[in-house]
Write a new protein. Structure first.
Length: 151
């Protein structure tokens, strides 16, 4: 009987330690990922638009504009969430994503590209870009990058 209690105590202790190992933001990302896995394939657009609507300014403005640029530049990419972030996938593989600055309390948002993006240039190339704002110059560059990523 004593060994059964000891086993139960270890389990409870390890659960407590595990929950302390993650920040609230990380636990939120885990919950988001579980929801993403449960979502149906046809729900991508509405889920991404809803996630963007939850964002604070200026992230929301950038995310809305990026969503439009990506959808227009690469219609083959389907919107979906990826670890709680708006992402765009081809053949169910994420090609690019938007990380809001507020998500991880950083000073800038990020437009990132996965290894599925066709952006290779020699032995080294950028895979993520810091975004503090969007002007027509950045928008044109993003459109070109997204088109190249899916080429």
């Amino acid at each position: 009987m004593k060994s059964a209690q000891k086993g139960t105590q270890k389990s409870a202790k390890s659960i407590t330690e595990t929950s302390k190992a993650f920040t609230e933001e990380e636990r939120g990302a885990i919950r988001d990922r579980v929801q993403e896995m449960k979502a149906g394939k046809g729900e991508g657009e509405s889920i991404v638009v809803a996630k963007i609507a939850e964002m604070r300014e200026p992230d929301r403005i950038m995310a809305k504009r990026l969503h439009t640029i990506i959808r227009e530049s690469a219609p083959a990419l389907g919107p979906r969430l990826w670890y709680g972030m708006p992402a765009y996938a081809k053949d169910d593989k994420v090609v690019c994503f938007f990380q809001a600055a507020a998500k991880f309390k950083t000073r800038y948002a990020t437009l990132g590209f996965s290894d599925k993006a066709n952006l290779d240039e020699g032995n080294m190339w950028p895979a993520a870009f810091a975004l503090k704002g969007l002007t027509p110059t950045e928008e044109a560059r993003i459109a070109a990058l997204v088109k190249k990523a899916v080429s």
